[in-house]
Ligand binder design. Sequence first.
Ligand code: 13P
Length: 250
Amino acid sequence: MRSKIVAGNWKMNKNSEETEDLINELIDKLPTDGNTKIIIAPTFINLASAVDHTEFTNIRVAAQNMHQAENGAYTGEISADMLKSIGVNTVILGHSERRSIFHETDAVISFKVDTALKHDMTVIFCFGEELKDRQNKQHFNIVENQLRDGLFHIDKSAWANIILAYEPVWAIGTGETASPEQAQEMHEFIRETVRKVFGSDIAEDVSILYGGSVKPDNAAAIFSKPDIDGGLIGGAALKADDFVAIVNGI
Ligand code: 13P
């Protein structure tokens, strides 16, 4: 069944003490009775302590990235096995900042997806068009290509471990959000694209999150749309009150 999910991508923010403080505040303030799945993604260095702190809560911890290789001479990188060994079972892959700043291609991202699935991890697969793509009316093509090239090689059985996150690049960290109608239009297209390749059961079951300047004052309108199953939150995930308000908006 399709889940409601709100995930916080903390990016390169919060040192060890700040991570602990924010998690404690979230534990105090987040609802404990809802059906919404809550995920936080602190930096690599704080993942182990985040797993410890959230052990008896409904908060799950994700990594923001990982390397595709099992192990070896990849200075500065982190493997799936390392994440699993500290209790991290979810990973964000294909984030637009990984694509644009760190030059990750669809091919690299597809290897990462394979490695994560091989380790039975859940993948939050990110994709989305740039402003110029939308201006050129290429946004549907771009999104379809990112899905096909990065993700659609997987087995039908792997979809239980996939969460999709549509993040239009022009809305990330800019304060400019897609309107609920623009987001719904794209989410409907994404679900149809999944349906064409993998069938209705998978298309109906997969959660599709929206990311890009989701804030307490726009979350409820975005989440009210039928194909939007939650959000991947950047800046507003760094303040407990804002993140909690977004969770309550679902
Ligand atoms: P903002 O919410 O800061 O726009 O970031 C979105 C994002 O990139 C989440 O992965």
